[in-house]
Ligand binder design. Structure first.
Ligand code: BES
Ligand code: MN
Ligand code: ZN
Length: 508
């Protein structure tokens, strides 16, 4: 999509389609009023006749409105003005984006950035519009022999801002939205790719391809022999049952001062989680292709970061494995030595995410990170605890947890913090090794997994995002969400601003 930011009145705008807001009940927004005035009350008459109430989710497409310069007008229901909060605005904009895609117009102008949203400034609204429009024509249909894409998708969108003074901040927000949306799309594509194609080797190739697009980004792939030499016994235990070799994928984004410590993102990259010898039940097992969505979000966030040329040093680290049963597979009861030297009794081979992450966490100590965030579809228990709206958040450093909470609010990609108390730790005691990889019961499963990881993160500020409930949607609209790319990109944006990076609305 090609976006432009412009200020000006709607009645003077020549375009194939104008999107204007209507409040409930049948009240025109300011832009719609201006347009209505020029078309001698056409919209007002229509509303009085009862053709559109203005509820969110409603829209009405008008053709050849008399006295206007445009071919189409899309009236978009905005609900009651005083009810306009984040959630409502996102709903309205998502609906408008879908409706715009269906009009058949290849270019349009949208006048929704002036809706008053509680506690939100213009840049936030512009970004939401861009992200919604970019998401509205997302499909994963490479593997369908007949595609049902719209005949004439939208290609150009003009984003209207209230005044000329808003142009700079509007454009900056547009660039951010485009970068985040392209990171989200990458994460969705990787997540949706079937597990016979999306293997650890393929993921490594995708990382290399991404690095090839940006001079600031460099990819390194460690092979199994190197992982053995390093001593990553926990990571290697997971891929033993698979015909696919494990990879440790490392991406270095260098665009900050040499002395600036790197921000590290570690993504769980289990390209398929059968459970291993502790085999999962069959129902819904296909969804375990999404067990690499943490890895996908790392690649997506790095793409956004590189597109925005943030003046930071960031490392993306992806332990990539396939968890399968097989003659060589790890057995429940096996004891392995992790890179940290701590031994782990693997009581359940389905608790594999923590095994690959613990070695990645130890490995990154040598890079002296500013902070480390791991992102993982780690536990079904997290979905039970929080449902599918927030990511589960755990951290050993309250300011880092706070930074992620704030970034989640800004990006509308929210987290909810869970406790990481010492009290839970004894649940992981083992009679035969330094620890077990699971507790003896199912209590607090998301917390127990985080407690396991915490044993490998003593040397740096660390946060863990459990994205088991948020990385993909289930049911008829099954598909990767691209989350938490917006959160991670916002976190990095905020770090760039902290480091003195300035743009017009940085002060907000
Ligand atoms: N990848 C799964 C977690 C998962 C399950 C995410 C379902 C989303 C939906 C993870 O590797 C796993 O299997 N976790 C186990 C841990 C248990 C064995 C302690 C789980 O959640 O059941
Ligand atoms: Mn598992
Ligand atoms: Zn898993």
């Amino acid at each position: 999509m090609e976006f432009t930011v412009k200020s000006g009145n709607p009645e003077k705008q020549r375009t194939a389609c104008l999107a204007l807001g209507v409040y409930e009940s049948r009240r025109l927004t300011r832009a719609a009023e201006l347009f209505d005035h020029a078309s001698h009350g056409y919209l007002g008459n229509l509303l009085r006749r009862g053709d559109l109430e203005g509820k969110p989710g409603q829209s009405l497409l008008l053709l050849n409105v008399p006295g206007s310069l445009v071919e189409r007008v899309l009236l978009v229901g905005c609900g009651r003005e005083r009810d306009l909060d984040d959630r409502r605005f996102r709903q309205i904009v998502a609906h408008a984006a879908t409706a715009l895609q269906e009009t058949g117009a290849t270019e349009a102008a949208i006048y929704l950035s002036e809706l008053p949203v509680k506690g939100r400034e213009l840049p936030w609204k512009i970004r939401q519009i861009v992200e919604a429009v970019e998401a509205s024509d997302y499909r994963f249909d490479q593997l369908k022999s007949k595609k049902d894409a719209p005949r004439r998708p939208l290609r150009k969108l003009l984003l209207n801002v209230p005044s000329r003074r808003d142009l700079t901040s509007g454009e900056q927000a547009m660039h951010e939205g485009v970068a985040i949306a392209s990171g989200v799309k990458l994460a969705k594509d990787l997540g949706n790719t079937p597990p016979n194609l999306c293997t650890p080797t393929w993921l490594a190739e995708q990382a290399q391809a991404l690095a090839g697009e940006f001079s600031t980004l460099q990819a390194t792939v460690l092979e199994e022999t190197e992982l053995e030499q390093l001593g990553m016994g926990a990571l290697l235990a997971v891929s033993r049952g698979s015909a696919q070799p494990a990879k440790l994928i490392r991406l270095d984004y260098r665009n900050g001062m040499a002395a600036q410590k790197p921000h590290v993102l570690i993504g769980k990259g289990v390209t398929f989680d059968s459970g291993g010898i502790s085999l999962k039940s069959g129902e819904g097992m296909d969804e375990m292709k999404y067990d690499m969505c943490g890895a996908a979000s790392v690649l997506g966030a790095l793409r956004a970061c590189a597109e925005l040329k943030l003046p930071l040093n960031v490392i993306g680290l992806i332990p990539a494995v396939e968890n399968m049963p097989g003659g060589r597979a790890t057995r429940p009861g096996d004891i392995v030595t992790s890179l940290s030297g701590q031994t782990v009794e693997i009581l359940n081979t389905d608790a594999e995410g923590r095994l690959i992450l613990c070695d990645a966490l130890t490995y990154i100590e040598r890079d002296d990170p500013a902070a480390v965030i791991d992102i993982a579809t780690l536990t079904g228990a997290c979905v039970i605890a929080l449902g599918r709206h927030p990511h589960g958040l755990f951290s050993n450093h309250p300011p880092l947890a706070h930074a992620l909470e704030a970034a989640g609010q800004t990006a509308s990609d929210r987290v909810w913090e869970l406790p990481l108390w010492e009290d839970y730790q004894e649940g992981l005691d083992s009679n035969f090794a330094d620890m077990a990889n699971v507790a003896g019961n199912r209590d607090g499963g998301a917390i127990m997994a985080a407690c396991f990881l915490a044993r490998f993160t003593k040397k740096f500020h660390w946060a863990h995002l459990d994205i088991a409930g948020t990385a993909w949607t289930i049911g008829k609209a099954k598909g990767a969400t691209g989350r938490p790319v917006p959160l991670l990109a916002q976190y990095l944006l905020d770090r760039a601003i902290d480091a003195g990076w300035r743009y017009e609305h940085a002060a907000n």
